[in-house]
Design a protein around this ligand. Structure first.
Ligand code: HEM
Length: 179
């Protein structure tokens, strides 16, 4: 757990400080940022789906994300844009699931920020499990600890988690959304 956190901290800080969605804006701009965010995540999550399926975690965000895009009449980015995977072992799958499950924690913060900015549209993706987010995260961490017993497995998970962050950053860069 701590290894995954340490390995990805700097990459998370990049997203946190550079994503348009995390910047203060008025209601109209915020909603635009949200939709841009969902489009990119749509392609990313679909490309990660086979790994998430292996781990058995991290697939839930796709459905609310699709519902918000559909309601706004928008299409998400298509799959097939991921760079080469570092591996497809079960340990790699857990590393990727860590990134996707973890992203739901920041979603809570962003949900409240967008509501405060006056966004009234449904924010199903950010809302996620709502008040159940913490309990779900704890359940995930427990499963993660059981799944990654050997140092080599932890290392593979860290490698895959960094890859998932970098792949996401590359997509935001291609859209001109982060420098
Ligand atoms: C889609 C982009 C993002 C991804 C993939 C992502 C990923 C993660 C991950 C993996 C964690 C778990 C860290 C841990 O081990 O405890 C996390 C936690 C968190 N993230 Fe993000 N994050 C994203 C965007 C953001 C943004 C834009 C913010 C800005 C508010 C943010 C704020 C947070 C917060 C507040 C936590 C919880 C820290 C805690 O409660 O301990 N995240 N995120």
């Amino acid at each position: 757990m701590q290894a995954l956190r340490d390995a990805t901290q700097a990459l998370h800080a990049q997203l946190d400080s550079q994503l348009p969605l995390a910047r203060p804006a008025d209601a109209r701009q915020s909603l635009g940022h949200y939709h841009g965010h969902l489009r990119v995540l749509h392609g990313w999550l679909q490309d990660l789906a086979p790994l998430l399926q292996r781990a058995g975690w991290g697939l839930d965000p796709l459905e609310p994300l699709r519902a918000d895009l559909a309601e706004a009449g928008l299409a998400g980015d298509p799959p097939g844009q991921a760079g080469p995977l570092p591996g497809t072992d079960i340990a790699h799958a857990w590393g990727v699931a860590y990134v996707v499950e973890g992203s739901q924690l920041g979603g809570r913060v962003l949900f409240q920020r967008l509501r405060r900015a006056g966004v009234q549209a449904p924010l199903r993706y950010l809302e996620g499990r709502g008040p159940g987010t913490g309990a779900h995260w704890n359940g995930f961490l427990q499963a993660l600890r059981t799944a990654l017993a050997q140092p080599a497995e932890v290392q593979a998970a860290c490698q895959a988690a960094c890859w998932a962050f970098e792949d996401l950053l590359a997509r935001f860069r291609r859209q001109g959304m982060v420098p």
